[in-house]
Design a protein around this ligand. Structure first.
Ligand code: G6P
Length: 612
């Protein structure tokens, strides 16, 4: 969601803050702002639009906008439209305190009403401005910034990652976290606050992960952490391993294209050191201590949002069909409020690229409160879901910057395949059968590479259909979630309406939409239900729909039926989605490029959804 960066040190922080905001822009990008403290005064610039708009506004100030203490914010609007007034930072009533905030203050309306009664006026519509005023009120009482922040936060309900600066105490930043990620970056004579490490990694690799309910007082020399009740907390400094090259575009036109092309490596990384092909088995250190729980579980529940939920749907096929484990999959946002029947012998998997998605984190807490074993399948190391789970498996896909998830999806599926094989072996699958599956998993990167080498057909299809107002995606079995994911990719980045459907279910509704203009993308690998999907294709053809098939290289029948055929290597059924989704990612990408949309930062979306 929103991006936060703060700096205190000896350098001019404006370029540091702007560069940090540029790196954080994938989290939210409808407005941005910077607050500096210099010569005992605040200097604030904020603008609707991209970080580049803010940078241009600052450039026009002609070098006068410099300081050694400051903070920056890039916003994804929750309360109030994205305009200059609603952009962060926000002032208190005296304009002596400024706040940037990620999250939602749920009781802001009640606080605002009370403040208005006391004579406060507000310039915008955000919950953050209300919080800033509340901190100002608390400062009048305590005359101490840290105490004021503690007292204000004691009154708010909701979530926050925030930074507070004040000209009353121009030697510190106050940072606080509840529900929205925040880290401290520890440097030499300089310190940072950021919503994720990518913003500060070219300055320091030493970070401290704040936990919920913690407040940090950050100075040039160091930091101290307390709880809202003023109890001191000792924090560990940890090293992040992020490389700068991982968060640069590296010659690609878009991060999304870079990330699609990284998949042979990221899938390899997901299995590195874990897949033992010779033994037909898998070792997963993060699950070793919960192996009993996994093997004795009554059932598995997978919960997630967005693309990660699609990975969960494929995971159900793997867990049930190969590991013989009953599995349910549910949107985290539904799970958390449903009062689900969870027992201590259930294992709940949370799948999340960011590890910070608010609904998925809440689902984890719900499952924990009900005494289930809670396991994360997460990309971002040290993220909230990773830290709050009983165990889990990192997918090691590296930073994913494009808002539309691609490489995280295939790595999530790879990890699900690994867990499946490990459990199947532990439950009696023979070494020989295990070896067959292990070899299949090991072959995935080369198969992806083969698809990526040959994108001409996909580009031609993109050119043909770039102006379509709608598209239908069909698949069956484990490839039904692939159809959902293909449709999601298209709508996310090209703004074309698209629906994913189980191919056979089409005749109960979507078939009414099919005419000679309707593109119908069908995932039809040569698996056990190939003939069934071919029948569904016939049904589309009979209504003159324009068929785009994702089919295996050795499929001769499909040419006669489909107008376009995208060839993919043959893959063992339940692992097929890892391969079959690649052309659909590329198709969405090339259509979006042809339409001239902002591929990496599509409108209204955010990479890491830390509000519910
Ligand atoms: C947002 C992103 C999606 C992502 C979803 C879940 O909607 O735009 O790409 O799939 O959140 O995110 P997570 O980090 O939990 O996988």
């Amino acid at each position: 969601m929103c991006g936060i960066i703060g700096y205190i040190g000896e350098k001019n922080c404006v370029p540091i803050l702007l560069e940090g905001l540029r790196r954080l822009e994938y989290r939210g990008y409808d407005s941005a702002g910077i607050a500096l403290i210099k010569d005992g005064r605040f200097h604030i610039q904020k603008k609707a639009g991209k970080v580049s708009d803010l940078a241009e506004a600052i450039r026009l100030l002609d070098g006068t906008f410099t300081a050694t203490l400051g903070m920056g914010h890039t916003r994804w609007a929750t309360h109030g439209e994205p305009n200059d007034a609603n952009a962060h930072p926000h002032w208190d009533a005296t304009k002596k305190i400024a706040v940037i905030h990620n999250g939602i203050i749920e009781n802001y309306a009640a606080i605002r009403t009370k403040l208005v009664r006391d004579g406060h006026t507000f310039t915008g519509k955000t919950d953050t401005e209300v919080l800033a005023h509340l901190i100002g009120v608390m400062y009048e009482e305590s005359k101490d910034l840290t105490t004021a922040v503690r007292h204000a936060l004691a009154e708010v309900e909701g979530t926050y990652g925030l930074v507070v600066l004040s000209v009353h105490e121009p030697d510190k930043m106050i940072a606080a976290r509840k529900g929205s990620p925040l880290i401290l970056g520890v440097g030499e004579g300089e310190n940072f606050v950021a919503s994720d490490a990518s913003a500060i990694v070219d300055h320091t690799r030493n970070v401290v992960y704040l936990d919920d309910g913690e407040i940090a007082v950050v100075t040039r020399e160091g930091f101290r952490t307390v709880t809202i009740d003023d109890v001191s907390v000792t924090k560990q400094v940890q090293e992040v391993t992020l490389e700068l090259s991982q968060i640069e575009r590296g010659g690609y036109e878009h991060f999304m294209l870079k990330e699609i092309n990284e998949q042979p490596e990221t899938i390899t990384n997901a299995m590195r050191g874990r897949l033992l092909v010779d033994q037909g088995n898998v070792v997963l250190g993060g699950l070793r201590h919960v192996m009993d729980k996994l093997l004795c579980a009554r059932r598995f529940v997978i919960t997630a949002c967005g693309t990660s939920w699609h990975a969960g749907l494929v995971g159900k096929y793997m867990f049930e069909q190969i590991a013989k484990m009953p599995t349910e999959v549910e949107y985290a946002s539904e799970f958390r409020y449903r009062n689900p029947i969870i027992r201590s012998d259930d294992v709940v998997f949370l799948i999340s690229q960011s590890g910070e998605t608010a609904d998925t984190l809440a689902a984890a807490r719900e499952a924990k409160a009900k005494h289930a074993t809670v396991l994360g399948i997460v990309n971002v190391v040290g993220s909230s879901i990773a830290r709050e789970s009983h165990g889990g498996v990192y997918i090691h896909a590296g930073p994913e910057i494009g808002v539309a998830s691609t490489k995280a999806f295939t790595s999530q599926l790879t990890v699900l395949a690994l867990i499946t094989l490990m459990l199947a072996r532990a439950r009696g699958m023979s070494e020989a059968d295990g070896r067959v599956l292990a070899e299949e998993i090991a072959s995935l990167p080369d198969k992806v590479r083969a698809i990526l080498r040959n994108t001409e057909t996909i580009k031609a299809i993109a050119h043909e259909f770039k102006d379509t107002p709608t598209a239908l995606y069909l698949g069956r079995g484990a490839n039904f979630p692939v159809a959902l994911e293909g449709a999601l990719k298209l709508k996310e980045i090209s703004y074309i309406h698209a629906e994913g459907y189980p191919a056979a279910e089409m005749k109960h509704g979507p078939i009414a939409l099919i005419d000679e203009a309707m593109p119908v993308v069908v995932v039809v690998p040569k698996d056990a239900i190939y003939e069934k999907v071919m029948s569904n294709i016939q049904e589309v053809r009979a209504r003159k729909g324009r068929i785009i098939a994702v089919a295996n290289e050795d499929d001769d029948e499909i040419e006669g039926l489909a107008e376009f055929v995208i060839r993919v290597p043959r893959t063992y059924g339940f692992f097929g989605p890892i391969i079959n989704v690649i052309p659909l990612q590329l198709l969405a990408y090339y259509i979006a490029v042809a339409r001239g949309t902002n591929v990496d930062q599509p409108r209204n979306l955010a990479k890491s959804v830390t509000v519910e």
